[in-house]
Design a protein around this ligand. Structure first.
Ligand code: OAD
Length: 246
C-alpha cells in the first residue's frame, strides 16, 4: 500500500460531500468469511456454490441447500466485524451523504454500526417464503422447525432471503444504489472482483458521470482500469488509514 496512493485517495475523500461505497466479499475476508472466489472450504468443498445458490439447486435438494445456508449463517454469527467494517461505519457521519452498498449477505456492516446499508444481494439472516407469498422472518430465532421449514401461511418451503444465481435483484434496491452511485462526489470500491453485474456496473456508471473511483483490493480486479486510485492492500489495513482523522 503506497503512502502516495493513500494520500491521493484521502485528498479526494476530503473534498467529497457525497460518498458512495460498494463492498464485496473481500471486506469480510479479515473477519474469517471466505470470499466467493476462494475455494469452498471444508465440508462444502465438494459442492458447487453456483448449484447450491440457485432456485434449481433448492428445488433439487431443499434440505441440502437449507443446511448449507444454516452452516453459513452459523459461521457469520460466530465472527465479528473487522476494522474495515468499523472504519466505514465511523466515517459515514463525516459526510453530507454517505451511502453504503454491499454485495455481501453476511450482515456484518449492520453489526459494525452502518445504518441503512443497501444489501443488493439480500441478507442470509432473513428468511422468506419460496413462493413469495409475503411471509418474511427477520431472524433465524423466529423460524419454525424443519430443514427447510414450511411457510406458516401457504405451506411452501421457506428459503434464505438472498439473491440466487439467475434471479433478479429487487428493482427498488438496485434503483437506490444506482442513484447513490450517480450522485456521488467519490465512489469507494472495496473487496470485490467486479465480476458480477449489476453490482459491478455501479462504479462504471459513476465513472461515466465523472465520479472518481477509489479501489481497495490486495489483488487486481475487473474494475481497476476505471480507478482514479488503486490501493493494493487488505481492507482492514487500508480503510482505517483512509479515514483516519488528520
Ligand atoms: P469475490 O470473491 O468475487 O471477490 C472478492 C474480492 O475481494 C477479490 O477481488 C479479492 O482480491 C478481494 N479480497 C480478498 N481479501 C481481501 C481483503 N482482505 N481486503 C480487500 N479485498 C480482499 O467476491 P465478490 O466480488 O463480492 O453474488 O462477488 C460478487 C458476488 O459474486 C457475490 O455477491 C455473490 C457472488 O456470486 C451473489 O450472491 C448474488
Amino acid at each position: 500500500m503506497s503512502a502516495h496512493d493513500i494520500a491521493r485517495a484521502r485528498q479526494i475523500l476530503a473534498s467529497a460531500k457525497r460518498v458512495t461505497a460498494l463492498t464485496g466479499a473481500g471486506v469480510s475476508a479479515e473477519s474469517g468469511i471466505p470470499t466467493f472466489r476462494d475455494a469452498q472450504t471444508g465440508l462444502w468443498a465438494q459442492f458447487d456454490p453456483m448449484r447450491l445458490a440457485s432456485p434449481e439447486g433448492f428445488r433439487a435438494d431443499p434440505t441440502l441447500v437449507w443446511r448449507w445456508y444454516a452452516a453459513r449463517r452459523a459461521r457469520v454469527r460466530a465472527v465479528e466485524p473487522n476494522p474495515a467494517h468499523r472504519a466505514l461505519a465511523a466515517a459515514a457521519p463525516r459526510f453530507e451523504q454517505f451511502t453504503l452498498i454491499t454485495q455481501n449477505v453476511d450482515g456484518l456492516h449492520a453489526r459494525a454500526g452502518s445504518r441503512d446499508a443497501i444489501e443488493l444481494h439480500g441478507n442470509i439472516l432473513r428468511t422468506k417464503c419460496f413462493d413469495e407469498c409475503g411471509v418474511v422472518f427477520e431472524s433465524p430465532e423466529e423460524l419454525p422447525a424443519g430443514e427447510p421449514p414450511r411457510c406458516p401461511r401457504c405451506r411452501a418451503y421457506l428459503r434464505p432471503d438472498v439473491v440466487w444465481f439467475g434471479e433478479m435483484l429487487d428493482p427498488a434496491v438496485l434503483d437506490r444504489a444506482e442513484r447513490a452511485s450517480a450522485a456521488a462526489d467519490a465512489m469507494l470500491v472495496v473487496g470485490t472482483s467486479g465480476l458480477v453485474y449489476p453490482a459491478a456496473g455501479l462504479p462504471l456508471a459513476a465513472r461515466r458521470n465523472g465520479v472518481p473511483v477509489l479501489i481497495v483490493n490486495p489483488d487486481e480486479s475487473e474494475l481497476d482500469p476505471i480507478a482514479e486510485v488503486c490501493i493494493r492492500a487488505r481492507a482492514g489495513e487500508a480503510l482505517p488509514r483512509l479515514f483516519a482523522a488528520d
